[in-house]
Design a protein around this ligand. Structure first.
Ligand code: SF4
Length: 78
């Protein structure tokens, strides 16, 4: 699918959610809202693979916050 998956990314329809903020800068309600959007997103696997491939170290991708240390800070809401 290449980079074309981004055209189907549901997060683009929710620009007021803090997709690129550090986790301590958003509320539990905002995190839950982002996770809900990701759960319904048709390109979640592509999003996760892209974040992994590019070693993304911030923001909220594919239902989880990511960090510089471990890549994913909070997989699945643990
Ligand atoms: S899975 Fe990725 S592309 Fe889809 S809404 Fe979540 S962050 Fe956006």
């Amino acid at each position: 699918m290449g980079v074309q998956w981004r055209a189907l990314a549901l997060c683009g329809g929710f620009p007021k959610l803090p997709w690129i903020a550090e986790p301590h800068r958003y509320s539990a309600a905002e995190e839950s809202a982002m996770r809900t959007v990701c759960d319904a997103c048709p390109v979640r696997p592509e999003c996760a693979a892209d974040a992994d491939d590019h070693r993304i170290e911030g923001g909220f991708w594919s239902g989880a916050a990511r960090t510089a240390v471990a890549g994913r800070l909070d997989p699945g809401g643990a």
